[in-house]
Design a binder for this molecule. Structure first.
Ligand code: FES
Ligand SMILES: [Fe+2]
Length: 462
């Protein structure tokens, strides 16, 4: 869907009327929010229905696989997942397979994981080695991609130079993440990242965080449908009603900063507009947060909002103290918003990085192999390295079986993810059953979804 002049001329001014905007919430906070959270950008980008083909058609999926995935920057892993020279992980997407490896203390390489002899995958498990010997006939490559050995070399005199060098993808890093791009003509990663370094590097510091949890699961829905379950707060009303007492869901802020960077911000510690004016007092908001959020220590503890204070300001203080107690950093000057709110930035096509000062979540979504109807969803949790201490070892990757809930690995957060996931098989089968052949989106709350579709179409149509 191209953005025509007609679309450009329109305003995206649909908002939840009669309730404070997210910026109004910030105006009344106990501490000044940083410039990042004051930024706003909500262009109108169209209002056509999205064809269900985008989610269910083999043909559309193949176009994504051929024209989008090989051309976009994708987060392959965190640097800490391959801490030593020689360590490597296998990153796979739509049938492609890359060995992402550390070749020197601060250098990385992404080699296509396919033997140039008769096509066996060179490695099938993550590991550590500085050369790769194919288990079939023993062709061996160095980790810079150069051929090292061919058994019975006399039979392969015709193989020389580039023809026998392992192809590689581009590699760049940001914030402790390693990104790959299979397109040798790809523009630099910074073009994709846009405002991300400016917003994150000095303040929320992903580079100074370590993996405190890493969990993955196959979800029976197209990868985009899975991603979209985490790209708006509109669904709180029916999917997570238990958090409405302390979530400003309908008055969330949504932003599109560039082709590739979008954001949503949902305030915590205020009631949902859906509950109606005056439905909750400050103590009720606090009690509800304590009971279901899981971030503020013992859920059965009884806390009292001090006379004249707001639940939001009070809980931000509790979070400051809890964080400082946990990792030794000083949070005294951090804004209420950064201590409490859901601040989700997305990097096109498939990565979401939370900002602020919690155990920041990172979501990554991919197709499950070449299956249009299922996707791999992963959740990383990144915590700041405790003050004055060495970086803790990353938590081990837990891959959940079909019958295992997210809560097995992620506790309270996992229970919320279970609610999100409960819709997805029925979204996929519902789209297959669709009579209209399109899904409809809200102009404001769901504009980040539309932006993703617009971008994929741009790659497909290129
Ligand atoms: S397929 Fe790899 S050495 Fe033969
Ligand atoms: Fe959700």
């Amino acid at each position: 869907m191209a953005i025509t002049d007609d679309i450009k001329s329109k305003k995206n001014d649909a908002r939840c009327e009669g309730w404070p905007s997210y910026q109004d919430v910030l105006d009344n906070d106990s501490k000044e929010a940083p410039f990042q959270l004051r930024a706003e950008s909500a262009p109108f980008i169209g209002d056509d229905g999205i064809p269900v083909d985008h989610y269910i058609s083999e043909d559309y999926f193949k176009k994504e696989a051929a024209k989008m995935w090989p051309k976009v920057w994708q987060m392959a892993c965190r640097e800490e997942e391959i801490p030593n020279v020689g360590d490597y992980i296998i990153y796979e997407v739509v049938g492609k397979s890359l060995i992402v490896t550390r070749t020197a203390p601060n250098k990385f390489k992404a080699l296509h994981n396919v033997c140039l002899h008769r096509g066996r995958k060179l490695v099938t498990e993550d590991g550590s080695q500085t050369e790769f010997r194919c288990p079939y006939h023993g062709f061996t490559w160095k980790n810079n991609g150069a051929i090292k050995e061919i058994p019975c070399q006399w039979d392969f005199k015709h193989l020389q130079g580039k023809r026998i060098t392992l192809p590689s993808a581009k590699v760049e890093t940001w914030g402790g993440f390693i990104f790959i791009n299979m397109d040798e003509n790809a523009k630099p990663l910074k073009d994709t990242l846009g405002i991300m370094p400016e917003h994150f590097d000095e303040r929320w510091r992903p580079q100074d965080r370590y993996i405190s949890a890493h969990v993955g699961k196959i979800v029976p829905a197209n990868w985009k449908a899975v991603a979209e379950a985490f790209m708006e707060s509109y669904h709180v009303i029916d999917t997570h009603p238990q958090i409405m007492p302390y979530m400003g869901d309908a008055n969330s802020q949504y932003d599109i900063f560039s082709d590739t960077i979008t954001r949503q911000i949902t305030a915590s510690g205020i009631q949902s507009p859906h509950l109606g004016q005056g439905a909750m007092n400050e103590q009720m908001i606090l009690d509800s947060m304590m009971a279901t959020n899981g971030r503020f220590g013992d859920p059965t503890a009884t806390l009292q909002v001090p006379e004249g204070q707001k639940a939001r300001a009070y809980m931000a203080d509790i979070a400051r103290q809890a964080n400082q107690h946990q990792d030794g950093h000083d949070y005294s000057d951090k804004s209420d918003a950064e201590m409490l709110d859901a601040l989700l930035y997305n990097i096109f096509p498939n990565l979401s990085v939370w900002a602020g000062y919690g155990a920041n979540i990172v979501y990554r979504w991919r197709p499950n192999g070449m299956d249009v109807n299922s996707g791999l969803m992963e959740v990383y949790q990144l915590k700041l390295v405790p003050k004055g201490q060495p970086r803790p070892a990353p938590a081990e990757y837990i891959f959940l079986e079909e019958d295992q809930g997210w809560d097995v690995a992620l506790g309270n957060l996992g229970l919320v993810l279970e609610q999100d996931q409960s819709n997805l098989p029925h979204v996929q089968s519902g789209m297959i059953a669709s009579e209209t052949g399109v899904v409809e989106l809200g102009n404001y709350q769901e504009m980040r979804l539309r932006q993703m579709h617009n971008m994929i179409d741009k790659y497909i149509d290129a």
